[in-house]
Design a protein around this ligand. Structure first.
Ligand code: UDP
Ligand code: MG
Length: 311
């Protein structure tokens, strides 16, 4: 750590949030000055077209601790956060949304919880979330599926407000694949996750960037990054259909031998089930290989040492 490095780096992804930026920076500065720790703010403009970048640069005149990174176009919230992660100078890194839905006044709570030492990441668990009911329902489902498949015990996985130890951020930056979703990446790292309650406010300016279609895309993407469960499900279904088909074929043969009746319809049905099932099974085996190739191209480190105790 260089002598001039701040203790805390705040990273915030910005996509068309111009009307929110001045208040955002003011509230962050108030919260952290009151907390008494040195800090920097890294605002990553994710290809905004509403003058957010110019607004941020203008804010630097009165707040030089604000650093501004501008991405060449809109890449998405997670890539924007990673662009910030790769530039942090602090030993604690805090992320929050730029739309003022995450109250900056709660940042010290996250930092204090991280300072207690039991956790590597402390997430803000949004109390009384101010989002529309459809969104809350979708988040509930995603939380349950991702926390189960990723084997993490977290209430509010999608919260943009989190405090990370610097080592964790450095480890996150080791992965180079293109579908990096922070909840999935941190689940893979196996770090200790804690949660503290934080407030949540309605959006007063600008629109949510996640319509139904964007939400589906992001979550399907994240699901397929953490798990090959859909592939295994197809394989199991295929095996089940093939089994039913074999059972039908045996029954057709039995009826033919014992009763002398032959049902063409049942024969075709049995063949249909066997072929369909075997085909599904083959597809799932093929997808299993593809998913292994995918794991290889993710180029995650082969292992990560948690701790070494030695003389
Ligand atoms: N964001 C971004 N790039 C995008 C979409 C969103 O940097 O492509 C930022 C956005 O400016 C905000 C945060 O990510 O700071 C969360 O986005 P939003 O508030 O739209 O999500 P919601 O609150 O609806 O989940
Ligand atoms: Mg928001």
């Amino acid at each position: 750590m260089a002598a001039k490095d701040p203790e805390i780096s705040i990273v915030t992804p910005v996509f068309n949030e111009a009307p929110n930026l001045e208040t955002l920076v003011r509230e962050i500065v108030e919260a952290l000055d009151a907390h008494g720790r040195s800090f920097e703010i890294i605002a990553v403009d994710d290809g905004s077209s509403d003058g957010s970048f110019e607004r941020l640069v203008a804010l630097r005149a009165s707040e030089p601790r604000l650093r501004v990174v501008r991405l060449a176009r809109n890449f998405g919230q997670n890539p924007a956060i990673y662009a910030g992660f790769e530039r942090v100078r602090g030993q604690i890194v805090v992320t929050l949304d730029a739309d003022l839905q995450n109250p900056p006044a709660d940042i010290p709570k996250l930092i204090d919880a991280l300072d207690e030492g039991a956790y590597d990441i402390v997430q803000g668990c949004r109390q009384q979330r101010k989002d529309n009911p459809l969104r809350l329902l979708a988040s509930g489902v995603v939380n349950r599926v991702v926390s189960r498949l990723g084997k993490v015990d977290i209430q509010d996985l999608g919260s943009g407000m989190k405090a990370y130890r610097r080592e964790v951020v450095d480890r996150l930056c080791l992965s180079t694949h293109r579908s990096r979703y922070l909840p999935a990446e941190t689940a893979w790292l196996g770090v200790k996750l804690g949660e503290v309650p934080v407030g949540h406010r309605s959006r007063t300016a600008g629109d949510s960037k996640y319509g139904l279609f964007a939400l589906l895309k992001v979550n399907f993407d994240m699901l397929t990054t953490i798990s090959a469960a859909p592939v295994h499900l197809i394989g199991l279904l295929g095996a089940f259909f093939a089994f039913i088909g074999f059972a039908m074929a045996i029954r057709v043969g039995y009826v033919r031998l014992v009763d002398g009746n032959f049902s063409e319809y049942n024969t075709v049905l049995a063949v249909f089930f066997v072929l369909g099932g075997v085909q599904m099974l083959c597809t799932s085996i093929m997808c299993e290989y593809i998913s292994r190739i995918y794991i290889e191209v993710q180029r995650r480190p082969y292992y990560i040492v948690g701790e070494v105790v030695e003389d």
